[in-house]
Ligand binder design. Structure first.
Ligand code: AMP
Ligand code: MG
Length: 492
């Protein structure tokens, strides 16, 4: 069987200084751990062929499929606020692009495929735990309805990689609208290569923002588009309790997708200061700091794009500032609108913002679980008699009761029927998120015992996050005192 992948590699048509061409480095003994069949079908790929020995060789990097143009993309980035002029794909290769059944163009990337000219001191490899973690969390995010890169496959390599200890090696096949980052623009700006910044902007417009091509100032409109998508994305992160963990500018996708699932995590009890990443000592990327950082990141994009915005530098700066000033209002609109939906309000009234904020404060004070509070509000919305499940989440139920009186009064001013309201609330308040303790348990069983059953079960539950799933209620539960996970690691 020969696998046909209908590649159409637009990034490979950009100049040579955008990347380094090289094939993946073969591994000893590829074994397929997981293939995402529905995603393969969406991409127009033959999932049976991908699961065959030849397909697995492709997914492991042991065979380059016909039509691929494997390359390590060049980029730089601000890491924890400090600029690194040269990062690039140090352990990943873009195989190429395909246009899926839905007409959308997407990158197919191998992550963990061996060293590249951008590897610096790294080994170019990935360990099984982080690969499975990215698989789980990115697919959970997709099922939750957020813009995100996806996971097409995970394979083990039959080799070990040395981290804190020796770990089984693995390769993730990542699918993305593209892998163009804020850091890709910064790479060329740092080299004063304005021509390349312009080519990249044109490529980005054609690929991700075709509607701005006809604007009076397309590059300014592009910046505005990226600002809008980042503001919306970070609002949606907050609304589901997601903490990215490493919002460096190289991990900020121009397409508006969530990218790079390293030490990311979902919050259990609500606390805006929550930080999981073991390397984020200052709390730069804490849950509640994410909007500020997203704004900071798009400001770095604006800097890189300045020469495109106006010939006159002062005017370019003024134009950029004006666009960047739009971030706050866009974020606020997406966030407060989302909160309003989460508490069951279909109309907007004076005081709704304060009502929602007061719930969050009550959750913080009462140490209440973020996800379950909103999920149980779906039942509680039908009347004051149904508050039992929410009350039980608060260390002191009277904290909730005080708030609930105001909430029920406000709900009384709405016209929507209770059943309709409950359904609308369930559609935005998930029951199932990738709880850290569940993720850790699934990874430990896979890595330490080659037992992938927990991983499979968790993945299955997370593919329907808004449905009640009888028999799987335990996956909705927060961790017990002895199960709590306080830190996550990049594990790169
Ligand atoms: P990340 O923290 O995954 O966003 O990666 C930041 C930079 O480090 C990127 O340029 C990666 O390609 C590079 N990198 C991370 N892990 C490795 C590795 N094991 N080998 C080579 N480069 C790596
Ligand atoms: Mg990265």
């Amino acid at each position: 069987m020969s696998i046909q992948i209908p590649f159409d590699n637009s990034y490979a048509r950009l100049p040579e200084r955008f990347y380094a061409r090289l094939p993946p480095t073969p591994v000893a003994a590829p074994r397929l751990v997981r293939l995402n069949t529905p995603l393969a079908e969406l991409l127009g790929l033959d999932s049976v062929a991908l699961a065959s020995p030849e397909g697995v060789e492709i997914l492991a990097g042991n065979r380059v499929p016909a039509g691929a143009a494997p390359m390590a993309m060049a980029y730089s980035g601000h890491q924890f606020g400090y600029f690194s002029p040269q990062l690039g794909d140090g352990r990943a290769l873009l195989l190429g692009e395909v246009v899926g059944r839905d007409g959308r163009r997407r990158d197919i990337q191998l992550k963990g495929s061996g060293p590249t000219p951008f590897s610096r001191s790294g080994d170019g490899r990935a360990a099984l735990g982080p690969v499975l973690r990215e698989y789980l969390v990115s697919e959970a995010m997709a099922a939750l309805g957020l813009p995100t890169t996806r996971a097409l496959a995970a394979v083990t390599t039959g080799e070990t990689v040395q981290r804190e200890t020796a770990m089984p090696g693995a390769v993730l096949t990542r699918i993305a609208a593209s892998h163009i980052r804020v850091g890709t623009f910064q790479y060329f700006a740092a080299r004063s290569d304005v021509e390349a910044v312009r080519l990249l902007a044109d490529h980005t417009i054609a690929r991700h923002y075709p509607e701005v091509a006809r604007a009076a100032q397309p590059y300014l409109a592009l910046l505005e588009g990226v600002v809008a998508r980042q503001a919306e994305l970070v609002a949606r992160w907050l609304l589901i309790g997601f903490i990215h963990g490493v919002m460096n500018t190289d991990n900020c996708a121009i397409s508006g997708e969530t990218i790079d699932y390293g030490p990311c995590a979902f919050m259990d009890a609500y606390d805006p200061a929550t930080v999981f990443s073991s390397i984020d000592h200052a709390g730069r990327y804490a849950y509640g700091n994410q909007p500020r950082i997203a704004h900071w990141n798009v400001s770095r994009l604006a800097e890189a794009m300045l020469p495109l915005l106006d010939e006159d530098e002062d005017r370019a700066v003024e134009a950029a500032k004006e666009v960047l000033a739009g971030f706050g209002p866009r974020f606020e609109a997406a966030y407060s609108g989302g909160l309003r939906q989460k508490i069951g309000l279909s109309t907007a009234a004076e005081g709704d913002g304060a009502l929602a904020q007061d719930l969050l404060s009550a959750m913080a004070e009462g140490n209440a679980d973020f996800t379950l509070t909103f999920r149980h509000l779906c039942e509680a919305a039908s009347g004051p008699g149904n508050n039992g499940a929410v009350r039980a989440l608060f260390s002191d139920a009277s904290i909730y009761d005080k708030w609930a009186v105001r909430w029920h009064a406000r709900l009384g001013t709405e016209r929507s029927a209770p059943a309709e309201r409950a359904a609308a609330m369930r559609a935005v308040n998930p029951a199932f998120i990738p709880r850290n303790h569940r993720v850790e348990a699934a990874l430990a069983a896979a890595v330490e015992c080659q037992d992938f059953s927990l991983f499979e079960e968790l993945l299955g539950v997370l593919s329907h996050p808004y449905d009640d799933q009888p028999g799987f209620e335990r996956y909705a539960e927060p961790p017990g005192a002895d199960q709590r996970v306080y830190q996550t690691f990049c594990g790169t």
